[in-house]
Each structure stands twice: as structure tokens, then as C-alpha cells.
Write a protein that binds this ligand. Structure first.
Ligand SMILES: Nc1ncnc2c1ncn2[C@@H]1O[C@H](COP(=O)(O)OP(=O)(O)OP(=O)(O)O)[C@@H](O)[C@H]1O
Length: 182
């Protein structure tokens, strides 16, 4: 994929799609510690700088043994979501990385393959709701409002943009439910 097409995808001007790992490495400065935004249970989030805008790149932990079919099904669901109160999914990358390690005893190399999975989202500037509210505001009926079952709704998964607009993130355990009937 050409670099300018990837940039259009990362700008949200094209439908979310599969992105080359080189582009995601480039915009995160090879996942430099300086670009680290934070770490969750499933992955580490880095700030990606793409020309004059930012994106959030979540690198799913290699220790997470996720079935590829399930991963692609989740990505497929994410691609269908487009709502002002949902952090916009921009693209993904799933590829195999070859690693090698020297066995100190036999002095021979052991080769293995690690599945690298990356998911990109719009970058939200103002942090998460848990840092701004008290416990009494928990338990909002997001599933009814947005026809999505988000299995991990918590203020930490609601980010606030520069206008303090709330946006749900972390759809790793969510799925579309079709039309909501009240
Ligand atoms: N799109 C985004 N823009 C800006 N910051 C983000 C974005 N997505 C996540 N973050 C921040 O990155 C950090 C890690 O997020 P992540 O979703 O991985 O963790 P979590 O929600 O704390 O944990 P878990 O995945 O276990 O629920 C958090 O501080 C979160 O606010």
C-alpha cells in the first residue's frame, strides 16, 4: 500500500483497512518509550505522529493468545462503527515476526514466530473520564444508546476529546447487536 493511501486511512478519510507494519512503526518511532500513552490489560498504546495529526496505536500483547479468526471478527465489527461518541477505529495490522534466541547451553539458535497485532484509533487528547468524575456517575446505559454491547464499560474506557465530548473506547470485547428495540 502506498504511503499516501495509508495516510488517508490514518486521517479517517478512507474506510478502515489493513495497514503496513512499516507505516505503524514509522509513525510511532518504532514504538519508542517516549511515545507511550499507557498500558492496559490487553496491550500498550502509543502516540503515532502522522504529518500534522496524531493517532493512537494499540500494540496487543504477544502474550495474549487470540485466535486469528476472532481477532479478524473483532476488526470487522470495529470497521462498521462510526459514531461521534465512539473512538473512531482507523485501521489494523496483523503480521508474523520471526525472532531468534541463542540457547546458552547448546549455543544453537532457537527460532520462533510471534504474531504482532496492532489496532489504530483516532487520538483523543483529554484523557479518560475516570480521572474527572466520582463513583456516582458510573453505570451509564451505553448499550441501549448505541446498540452495541460493550462488555467492559467503565469510566477508564470513556475518553474525552478537546471539546470534552465523551467517546467510548476499548471495543476488544464488544460486538454489534443490530437495531435496538426499546
Ligand atoms: N484513542 C486513544 N487516544 C488517546 N489515549 C488513548 C486512546 N486509547 C487508549 N488511550 C489511553 O491509553 C491507555 C491504555 O489504554 P487501554 O485501552 O489499553 O487500557 P485500559 O482501558 O486502561 O485497560 P484494559 O484494556 O485492560 O481495559 C489509557 O490511559 C487510555 O486512556
Amino acid at each position: 500500500m502506498e504511503q499516501n493511501i495509508s495516510e488517508l486511512v490514518l486521517a479517517g478519510s478512507m474506510k478502515p483497512t489493513n495497514l503496513p507494519s512499516e507505516i505503524l512503526e514509522k509513525i510511532t518511532d518504532k514504538f519508542l518509550t517516549d511515545r507511550l500513552i499507557g498500558e492496559g490489560g490487553f496491550g500498550t498504546v502509543y502516540k503515532g505522529v502522522c504529518r500534522n495529526w496524531n493517532v493512537a496505536v494499540k500494540r496487543i500483547k504477544s502474550s495474549m493468545k487470540i485466535d486469528q479468526k476472532i481477532f479478524l471478527r473483532e476488526v470487522d465489527s470495529l470497521m462498521e462503527v462510526n459514531h461521534p461518541n465512539v473512538v473512531q477505529f482507523l485501521g489494523f495490522c496483523s503480521h508474523t515476526v520471526e525472532t531468534q534466541m541463542k540457547n546458552p547451553e547448546s549455543k544453537r539458535y532457537i527460532f520462533s514466530q510471534i504474531r504482532e497485532r496492532l489496532v489504530c484509533f483516532e487520538y483523543i487528547t483529554n484523557g479518560s473520564l475516570d480521572t474527572k468524575i466520582t463513583d456516582e456517575f458510573r453505570g451509564l446505559d451505553w448499550d441501549k444508546r448505541y446498540q452495541i454491547i460493550q462488555m467492559d464499560v467503565k469510566p477508564a474506557n470513556i475518553l474525552l476529546d478537546n471539546k470534552m465530548m465523551p467517546k467510548i473506547t476499548d471495543f476488544g470485547l464488544s460486538r454489534p447487536t443490530g437495531i435496538h428495540k426499546p
